[in-house]
Design a protein around this ligand. Structure first.
Ligand code: PLP
Length: 285
């Protein structure tokens, strides 16, 4: 069960995958990506991830590659690895060219990298206890709906969270929560979910979308709109969603304890309902 990489048509051990220094991903962060989890050998919500990738490619004008070919390589790399519980990373950069901001009209060959690694789950204790979060000022660009590899503000925010012993940093823009450094944010008030609406200010998380659908199926109301930090602080429950964490309770924000400091019943129920669908092989595509 080797962890492997696929780079521009070739399979290799991850540490042997190398890109030229003039790759525009390396020079400018000029690329897009996806992270996909597999459960019991099945790539979870693959088509949803591919649809988002298609959109990221089109919004950034990265051409010369089709999502259909990317799908085949993802399936092949995952299959070759033999890892049934994997985290699959897919990155497409605009390609290699002498460093110049505009790519102009020169047709570049995009760089496609796929890595498949064994998935490391959230420790059971954290899932039980819930996690700490901090808030950070929103300093990102205005197209956060594109899953760009340009992640410097997210990296700085996540580092700050780590330094403070927190699991996640939540961006706050003018008193309103947008999302976490690598997660979407939900609050629960009076049994109903509140979460920022989709738009250019957040990434349309695949897990977020699935959790909203599951909640509605379970008869839990969902309100998508602006989410004030004040509302989050006073919520009955707060949780994060994302590939790799599924649904994870937040029990403290900036040192303030959310309600009684325990992972709440709605968070637990949604996590269980999510995992039930995974285990039943529910088609999340
Ligand atoms: N928001 C940001 C900024 C992210 O980077 C991620 C995932 O990496 C998410 C939300 C969650 O998205 P998904 O559920 O598709 O993993």
């Amino acid at each position: 069960m080797p962890e492997i990489a696929f780079l521009n048509g070739e399979f290799m051990p991850i540490e042997e995958a190398k890109v030229p220094v003039d790759d525009r991903g390396y020079q400018f962060g000029d690329g897009v990506y996806e992270v996909i989890e597999s459960y019991a050998g099945q790539l979870w919500a693959l088509e949803r991830h591919l649809n988002r990738l298609r959109r990221s490619l089109s919004e950034t004008g990265i051409s010369g590659i089709t999502v259909e070919e990317v799908r085949e390589w993802i399936l092949e790399t995952h299959r070759k690895s033999g890892i049934s519980r994997a985290l699959v990373y897919v990155q497409i950069t605009r390609g290699v060219a002498p460093r110049k901001h505009a790519w102009m009209t020169t047709p570049l060959r995009p760089t496609l990298l796929i890595t498949v690694r064994r998935f490391v789950p959230v420790p059971e204790e954290l899932r039980e206890s819930g996690v700490r979060a901090i808030t950070v000022p929103e300093i990102r660009w205005a197209r956060r709906d594109i899953k760009s590899i340009n992640l410097l503000p997210n990296v700085l925010a996540a580092q700050r969270a780590w330094e403070r012993g927190a699991f996640e940093a939540i961006f706050v823009d003018g008193g309103y929560v947008t999302e976490g450094a690598a997660t979407n944010v939900f609050a629960v008030r009076d049994g109903k979910l509140l979460t920022p609406a989709e738009g250019p200010h957040i990434l349309p998380g695949i897990t977020r979308g699935l959790v909203i659908e599951i909640a509605r199926e379970e008869g839990i109301g969902v309100e998508e709109g602006s989410l004030a930090l004040e509302v989050v602080m006073k919520a009955d429950e707060v949780f994060l969603t994302g590939t790799g964490i599924e649904v994870l309770g937040v029990t403290s924000i900036d040192g303030w304890t959310v309600r009684d400091g325990k992972v709440g019943p709605v968070t637990r129920r949604l996590f269980e309902a999510f995992m039930e669908r995974v285990e039943k092989g529910f088609d999340a595509s």
